[in-house]
Design a protein. Structure first.
Length: 148
């Protein structure tokens, strides 16, 4: 897991060959003005979900994990709390892995919580169990998906 500022992405861009073009695209576009939905950058290899989900209370949010994609979360209009626990410590599987949706859910409680603010990004890898969109109200955010 990596938490950083969108003004300082160069150091992490070397972790995957698609990260430089993703961050360039994110920095060049105003996602708040555009419609919600999927933005395809390189087909199934790199795309962005521009979304406006309702946030959930900490006690109601499940931990999710992915196998085929790296997630890059960017809150746009409000801060979100995110829970984290490493996959190797998760034991309470409540929704088995869906190959089609690339997601499994766990009922374990995160070992830590932190806040991601507009102007920041969060990168989560397959070994990072994460519980995003914790808070009140709704949030406008993007979640980019980078295929491994």
């Amino acid at each position: 897991m990596i938490l950083g500022n969108l003004n300082d992405t160069k150091r992490v861009e070397g972790l995957h060959p698609l990260l430089p073009s993703l961050f360039e695209y994110i920095k060049a576009h105003d996602f708040l003005s555009g419609p919600v939905g999927r933005i395809e950058l390189q087909g199934e290899s790199l795309f962005i979900n521009n979304d406006n989900p309702a946030m959930k209370p900490q006690s109601a949010q499940l931990i999710e994990v992915h196998r085929r994609y790296i997630d890059v979360h960017v809150p746009l209009d409000t801060a979100e709390t995110v829970g984290w626990k490493p996959l190797c410590d998760l034991s309470e599987l409540c929704r088995p892995y869906s190959e089609e949706k690339d997601i499994a859910f766990y009922a374990d409680r995160p070992s830590t919580y932190f806040t991601v603010y507009p102007g920041q990004f969060l990168i989560v890898f397959p070994e990072d169990g994460h519980a995003p969109i914790i808070g009140e109200g709704s949030i406008r955010k993007i979640c980019a998906k980078i295929k491994l």
